[in-house]
Design a protein around this ligand. Structure first.
Ligand code: PAF
Length: 279
């Protein structure tokens, strides 16, 4: 695996490659990321990964400095997966001057759910993803469904800017108790870790209720929030939404069987976890 840290070296490595499949990451790689690399290999060749902890997408009180950096270990894992190039720029390389031009997702998608609780997050994500795409020029790029809203926003951005990159969605990889794999799981204490699986259990319970014909969605969301709070969580949201645009579900949507999903974000101690499940 070639490790390149400059845009120029990356372009040299990829010159003439028309079928590149790309997986952008912030490092601290786990099995979930590795599954994205394997899916990328089915959608193009060579596979290019990036590791860049993107300051632009962190709020002032978020964990940018604390974000785990495990570069050596990450390189070993990527190399075993057969990744051809790892692009690992430092901040000065990717943002040599203040990034004044930014991508602004529409507020009805970018300012809801994660966007409501993490103002500026999706502007930071789409700006860096557009910039990484401009450096790598991938034919396909893989994003995990665990960050469902991010996946949708990036996909819509590509469509609206007519970017030649197909966005491929990867299923969420889970631990045995259902907890979605995430770099932030490493912040959980042993006690919190043993509780953490109950977030997915709540999503499964809501899925079962809705599939079973429950129609009071607001009631289901509120009951789930209350159960989590009683177990020591601080929920930001539990929201049943339309899969197509993440908008709230109306009676007509239920009547015509509109595809839905339930999304959740909640804090356990000082760790904020997110997850979702298609219904
Ligand atoms: O999902 C992530 O790890 C990040 O948001 C991404 C897509 C690498 C952009 O920094």
């Amino acid at each position: 695996m070639k490790i390149v840290t400059s845009v120029e070296a990356l372009r040299d490595q990829l010159r003439g490659q028309l079928r590149t499949a790309f997986v952008p990451t912030m490092g601290n790689l786990h099995e979930g990321h590795l599954s994205l690399m394997r899916l990328a290999a089915r959608h193009g060749d060579p596979v290019v990964a990036s590791i860049f902890v993107n300051r632009l997408q962190f709020g002032p009180n978020e964990d940018f400095d604390k974000y785990p950096r495990t570069f050596e270990d990450d390189c070993e894992k990527l190399s075993k997966e057969g990744v051809y190039v790892l692009f690992a720029p430092d901040e000065h390389e990717l943002y040599p001057e203040p990034q004044e031009y930014r991508v602004s997702p529409p507020s009805d998608l970018g300012d809801i759910l994660e966007g409501e609780f993490r103002p500026g997050f999706f502007v930071g994500v789409t700006t860096v993803v557009l910039k990484l795409f401009s450096c790598v020029q991938p034919r396909a790029a893989v994003f995990g469904k665990k960050d469902y809203q991010q996946l949708m926003i990036v996909r819509n951005m590509c469509r609206q800017f007519a970017l030649p990159t197909e966005i491929v969605a990867a299923e969420t990889v889970r631990a045995a108790d259902g907890l979605a794999l995430s770099s932030r799981n490493g912040f959980l204490s042993a006690r919190e870790r043993s509780e953490a699986g109950s977030l997915f259990a709540e999503l499964l319970a809501i899925q079962a209720e809705v599939r079973g014909g429950a129609r009071d969605l607001a009631g289901l969301e509120a009951a789930s929030r209350a159960r989590l709070a009683a177990r020591g969580w601080i929920p930001d949201y539990i929201a049943i939404r339309r899969r197509v645009d993440l908008k709230p579900v109306g009676a007509q949507d239920l009547a015509r069987g509109e595809p839905l999903l339930v999304l959740a974000a909640a804090r356990l101690g000082s760790t904020r976890l997110i997850d979702n499940l298609e219904i």
